[in-house]
Design a protein around this ligand. Structure first.
Ligand SMILES: *Cc1c(COP(=O)(O)O)cnc(C)c1O
Length: 345
């Protein structure tokens, strides 16, 4: 028995469904280090096509897919620029510095949604005898610590238009790009084409147990494949895992709209008893409660929710995050609303 009746800690908690497990059991496999796993190859080609790129590379985690993408574009001692709350800087344990010698500078934005001017004014494309050159702009869509916020396509286009003439590359952490696609109706490739490389996660709201895919040019993916092996992540009969990803792409993209509707309904219900969330800012499957002006701290609110059987996450002393996913239905959302009203109202 799960200790929580409703678990909103993260959308990574989803468990593979019976249908997904059946697809995994039946997967055709081979040794992927030798490029002989047909199911992995199908997944890589399918995700690349979705995102408007030539080739893909299956990765066990989103962090590795991001880190492979970053190192393709940034030499040791060069810099990338990113949001101060970017997953690559806040939640990947300093990997870009530790593995690739990458330095970074950040902009501070509203919910992870910078203006083009903020990004382009931070960019310093020309190196000098003492200025490090910006080699890469990293963006995240949707933005995790920004509360699942969507970065508008027009913003990304303006950033691309301002950086491309200077030869500065762009990488997208698209762990939840599926959510942005479903919420806006904008094609995945319309986002994907604006970047040299994009990483996407299959193991979040899409419900696969493991897996991410990095996409880019065929040459870039050939280089990333070498680095993946060097990092020790060359996998053998990985088609078992890729089959879960293919199943997720077939069955679990459109239904993300249900997660978004439930998250919004929760925010509306809670916002009506305590001014801790603006429902209009809940664009996808993540709700962040701002308790700055509330009597309870974030950890206190999280324990209050837990007493009602609901798990949430204290992002800081003042902010609580709740994430909707495949294994949270309408009844669970009602329980979460009751818990939040009892705790915060
Ligand atoms: C979850 C996540 C990742 C990847 O995380 P892994 O746990 O390494 O798979 C990358 N970026 C964002 C924004 C995420 O939320």
């Amino acid at each position: 028995m799960a200790p929580y009746a409703v678990d909103l800690l993260s959308d990574t908690l989803t468990r593979p469904s019976a249908g997904m497990r059946a697809a995994m059991a039946e997967a055709e496999v081979g040794d992927d280090v030798f490029g002989e796993d047909p199911t992995v190859a199908r997944l890589e080609a399918r995700v690349a096509e979705f995102l408007g790129h030539e080739a893909g590379l299956f990765s066990p985690t989103g962090s590795l897919a991001n880190q492979l993408g970053l190192r393709l574009h940034v030499k040791p001692g060069q810099e990338l620029i990113a949001d101060s709350m970017a997953h690559i800087l806040r939640a990947e344990l300093g990997a870009a510095a530790a593995f690739s010698g990458i330095t970074s500078r950040t902009w501070v934005s509203d919910r992870g949604r910078p203006t083009p001017e903020q990004v382009l004014s931070l960019m310093a494309a020309e190196a000098s005898p003492y200025h490090v050159a910006t080699a890469l702009i990293e963006l995240e869509n949707t933005h995790n610590f920004g509360g699942g916020s969507i970065l508008p396509l027009a913003t990304i286009e303006a950033i691309r238009a301002g950086s491309e003439p200077h030869g500065v590359a762009m990488h997208l952490d698209g762990a939840r790009l599926w959510n942005a696609h479903v919420a806006t109706g904008i094609e995945l490739a319309a986002y994907g084409r604006l970047f040299e490389t994009v990483s996407v996660c299959l193991s979040k709201g899409l419900g696969a147990p493991v897996g991410s895919v990095l996409v880019g040019s065929a040459d870039a993916m050939a280089e990333a494949r070498i680095w993946r092996k060097r990092y020790g992540a060359g996998m053998r009969q990985a088609g078992i895992l890729a089959a879960a990803g293919l199943y997720a792409l077939d069955h679990n993209i459109a239904r993300l709209a249900e997660d978004h509707a439930r998250a919004r309904r929760f925010a509306e219900a809670v916002g009506s008893v305590a001014p801790v969330v603006d429902p209009a800012q809940v664009e996808t499957n993540i709700v962040i409660l701002d308790l700055t002006d509330h009597a309870l701290s974030a950890p206190q609110a999280v324990s209050g929710f837990a007493q009602h059987g609901v798990r949430a996450y204290a992002l800081s002393h003042t902010h609580v995050r709740l994430v909707w996913h495949l294994d949270v239905d309408d009844a669970s959302t009602d329980l979460a609303i009751e818990a939040a009203r009892a705790t915060l109202g």
